[in-house]
Design a protein around this ligand. Structure first.
Ligand code: URP
Ligand code: ZN
Ligand code: ZN
Length: 460
């Protein structure tokens, strides 16, 4: 069956145009003015914006499986929420058990996502251990469609020494992939937590004090130094500070090839959330933490200047009741993370595009085109062009609504954006050429497909 989307504003790679778009056999079959209807089902997109389906470069579904701090969203609920919000592909972080192979992690993530996912999905691979055996697995990962990795400079159970990071970066670059890094100085975070606890600061308010901006800036600088010496293009995930941006700009001025992700929480939340009464601040315990208003302004400026390449959510949802509460007596025991996969497009549309901080073309660049290129999916994904996959988000720019946890699709008992009033919302989503969401309601479930990705396509 074919579908004809009529009279929408289509966001093509060359810019927005008013035209029709025909979908056939799961692909975009034609784009142009006044396309014939024939036997197609017609979707009237007058007054709506037709975007390539958005890509979330950073999710953690079903993380810490079986543990008291297991994430609230599993593959079904997380991907369903993504789809409802207009995200048609997520890239989630597969994480091997300590000492286990990358293949075992890939198999586990496939088992969890397969048959459950409501949107398309791919996997980044976390490197926790490094030896000749893991090195040799990178080739298998490339063949399996995994071409991006993450290393950690923080978290005692995850972080790698600098020399090992150097080897990982070189090896991944040789495979044509890209390595992202969680840039916080782990030793200084451990020390910061110790200092706060020794001073009797045990509430969520101590969380940002234990990992200040300098801790990120130092790690960004060090990571980029390692990347320079390794001769590897790299990605910095969830960048949160103006000082981190300074390091990014300095490295780019030296000619380094590097990419930067930030997240809605760093653009929209600020450190005042840690001063909320009682234990409320626990809802905002994620790392790096929410920063100052000056950092926030610097990140918006970097979006405008093109210094930020992707905006992912780092969706890592923990229920407030019973799970965030594990850290009631000690902030360092609060599971780190927050939900966001459902609301990212609408938040960025309202507080970015409508607020005049970015254009709708920027939104497409940050949420679709550049994620697809960096993570080896372009032009099948992230692109409205004949032959591309028919993953489309039809967005109503005039829909006024309020974010409420009680009405959200994601399976978590709060949202950090509670009560925010938005103008603009995903109305209809096509996934693989089928109508999967209509008027914001998910109609088709468990139709997500694994995206076998190719090498990174660098554009700068
Ligand atoms: O607080 C966070 N970000 N939790 C998820 C893990 C990570 O560092 O991305
Ligand atoms: Zn991280
Ligand atoms: Zn993350």
């Amino acid at each position: 069956m074919s579908i004809l989307i009529q009279n929408g504003t289509l966001f093509l790679p060359e810019g927005p145009v008013k035209a029709d778009l025909r979908v056939e056999g799961g692909r975009i079959a034609a784009i142009g003015p006044g396309l014939p209807v024939g036997d197609a089902q017609v979707l009237d997109a007058s007054g709506k914006l037709v975007f390539p389906g958005f890509i979330d470069t950073h999710t953690h579904f079903e993380m810490n499986k079986g543990l008291p701090n297991e994430t609230a969203d599993d593959w079904f609920t997380g991907s369903r929420a993504a789809l409802a919000g207009g995200t048609t592909t997520v890239l989630d972080f597969a994480e091997p058990e300590r000492g286990a192979s990358l293949a075992s992690a890939l198999e586990t993530w496939h088992r969890r996502a397969g048959g459950a996912a409501c949107c398309n999905y791919g996997f980044h691979m976390t490197i926790k251990d490094w030896d000749q055996r893991i090195r040799a697995e990178l080739r298998d990962m490339t063949a399996a469609g995994v071409t991006s990795y993450k290393v950690y400079m923080a978290y005692d159970n995850l972080r790698l020494p600098d020399g090992v990071i150097y080897e990982v970066l070189q090896a991944v670059a040789e495979e044509g992939g890209v390595t992202g890094c969680h840039c916080e100085n782990g030793d200084l975070v451990t020390q910061g937590i110790r200092t706060q606890k020794a001073a009797g600061n045990l509430s969520p308010a101590a969380h940002p004090l234990s990992r200040p901006a300098a801790v990120e800036a130092e790690a960004v600088t060090r990571y980029l130094t390692i990347a320079e010496l390794a001769g590897a293009p790299v990605n910095i995930v969830h960048l949160s500070t103006a000082r981190g941006l300074e390091a990014v700009r300095a490295a780019r001025a030296r000619g380094q090839k590097l990419y930067v992700e930030t997240c809605p929480q760093y653009l929209l939340l600020d450190e005042s959330c840690y001063r909320l009464p009682g234990f409320e601040g626990a809802k905002y315990v994620f790392s790096p933490p929410a920063r100052s208003l000056a950092d926030q302004a610097a990140l918006w400026g970097a979006i405008r200047s093109g210094d930020i390449d992707t905006v992912g959510t780092d969706h890592c949802s923990f229920d407030f009741h019973g799970v965030k509460e594990l850290g009631r007596a000690d902030f360092s025991q609060i599971p780190n993370g927050l939900p966001g996969v459902e609301h990212r497009p609408a938040l960025l549309y309202t507080f970015g595009v409508r607020a005049g901080r970015m254009t709708a073309e920027d939104l497409v660049r940050l949420l679709a085109e550049q994620p697809a290129k960096l993570f080896g999916m372009w032009p099948q994904k992230g692109c409205l062009a004949v032959g591309s996959d028919a993953d489309l988000t039809i967005f109503d720019p005039d829909w006024r609504w309020t974010i409420r946890a009680s009405e959200q699709v994601q399976n978590v008992d709060y949202t950090p954006y509670e009560g925010l009033e938005l103008q603009g919302r995903t109305h209809t989503v096509l996934l693989g050429g089928e109508i999967a969401v209509r008027e914001g309601k998910v109609l088709r479930e468990r139709r997500g497909r694994y995206v076998r990705r190719g090498p990174a396509q660098f554009w700068r």
